[in-house]
Each structure stands twice: as C-alpha cells, then as structure tokens.
Design a binder for this molecule. Structure first.
Ligand SMILES: [Zn+2]
Length: 107
C-alpha cells in the first residue's frame, strides 16, 4: 500500500545499492555540477543522492541502468522534488502573510 515511490522498501534498498556501488566505483564528484561529493554526511548540499536519469514520472524505472548518483543540490533542482519544495515554500509564505499584513499602531 505504498503511496510514495521514495517511501517503499524497494526504493530504500535500490537507493542503498546505488550509493554503495557509486562509492565503491570511486565516484567522487557530481556528474552534473562537478561538485565534490560528501560521502560522510547526509543532508548536506553536496551529499550524494541517487537520481533517476529518466524521471519516474516519464516512465523511468528503479533499474540500476536508469540510476546515477548526483549531489543533493542537483537532485533538488530536478523533477518532482523541486515542485514539492516550492509547494512547501508557498505554504510557508502563506502562513506568514497575516502577520505581515497586521497594521502597526506603534508610536
Ligand atoms: Zn551537482
């Protein structure tokens, strides 16, 4: 009953294998922006992340031939993830608007 492709056990497994193989193969840089990959820390802008070469939405698969490792920054710029980030950003901005619109009576 998985609703998110990145939340499935299969994807977690594939993700781990792709990262392990890229590291084992000696990949040190992002193929898109040539930044140095940080294999020791996750959630950094240059942390390695698996990427679908053909996006999942366009029929790409989780097969290793369709996967490569790029930096987290590039990954965030690609595909649906960016859309989701924009949605969250818009939501956040909407939440702060009432405060900004509050009239000020300071003297
Ligand atoms: Zn990159």
């Amino acid at each position: 009953m998985a609703t998110s492709r990145t939340g499935t056990a299969e994807w977690k497994n594939v993700r781990a294998v792709v990262l392990k193989e890229a590291r084992g193969a000696g990949q040190t840089t992002c193929p898109l922006c040539s930044t140095w990959l940080n294999w020791n820390q996750s959630r950094q802008p240059n942390s390695p992340e698996p990427d679908h070469i053909i996006p999942w939405e366009q029929g790409g698969t989780n097969h290793p031939s369709n996967l490569r490792v790029i930096c987290r920054l590039c990954n965030g710029k690609r595909g649906g993830k960016q859309g989701r980030a924009k949605q969250l950003q818009a939501k956040r901005e909407a939440n702060t608007k009432p405060i900004d619109a509050k009239p000020s009576f300071e003297w």
